[in-house]
Design a protein around this ligand. Sequence first.
Ligand code: PLP
Length: 371
Amino acid sequence: MKPIPFLELQSQHQDLRAELNLAFNEVLDSGWFIQGRQLEAFEQEYAAYCGSKYCIGVGNGLDALHLILRAYGIGAGDEVIVPSNTYIASWLAVSYAGARPVPVEPDLRTYNIDPERVAAAITPRTKAIMAVHLYGQTAEMDALRALAGQHGLKLIEDAAQSQGATYQGKRSGNLGDAAGHSFYPGKNLGAMGDAGAVTTDDAGLAHKLRGLRNYGSHIKYHNEVKGYNSRLDELQAALLRVKLKKLPEWNRQRQALAQRYQQGLQDLPGLTLPYVPAWAEPVWHLYVVRHAQRDALQQHLQAAGIGSMIHYPIPPHLQGAYREMGLAAGSLPLSEQIHAEVLSLPLDPYLPAESVERVIAAVREFAIGAR
Ligand SMILES: *Cc1c(COP(=O)(O)O)cnc(C)c1O
């Protein structure tokens, strides 16, 4: 039988080939490659999609988060609350700004940051809460917004995995003070290279970000602050505009496939499926199950020709990059348990329904056999 890869991007590009070629040719013929009409149009279209007033294109998702912190003046001596259970970029953005990431454990059902634990982690140095909408499902934003309001903190979304996800019907990217988005190729909306953006309703913040991404300059050769070179180029913007039109349909297809997984895998011994609270409508960037014998499950799938991945194998606090924090194994047990037990099954908008059935059959076989 044909192998089922964890993810392949050729199908979506094949589907859009003609339109992508047109977009490429348009940029080629324009002779304008940085900060032009394509970027402006993408920023308007993506802001409208998220329901935000402003969108500022930047070089990648990590820069988006870092520049938000810089624009808010968060830096040395400040603390930013981050999920213990996330991709390391959420922490690195805080470190780049010169502030200290303060990890807070998740709710074991949703894998997202636990607002009760956030409350306990707030100190006089805390300046912001970074909520990550992990795997494409929004964090518990009302509770986090209430805490941010009480303590005068900024609420920042890491929306790298959640383009189109909603919280009580409201889109991710528009649920806090500012949001960082990534268009890394494998994300729900992916460029053909690196790209990212910030969305916000804050005009002052948007203005600062437009300067920070471009050498601290609003007027050519006038540099008001020590800025960066982090721009979303014309070519990526043009390609993203083509793909953005498809995003709602792609997300619906992801939802349909995830629904099938939820039905086909329910009630299996030892297998924990994604939990979706009533207020969340996830966009299933990843479909993640949990099993105490995760590695054996992955091998079983591998033997059946089915690709899978672990998001993520090592939590940030146990990475060499954060050795300085002195957080030993066992210090953030929920995150460690999640990292030891999660497995992401194949899921993308072009995954054939038959492939999903094959994955379901293989997981069932393992879970029942492993009992
Ligand atoms: C992908 C990702 C990022 C970083 O985005 P890049 O564009 O790769 O810099 C940040 N946070 C999370 C949760 C991500 O998944």
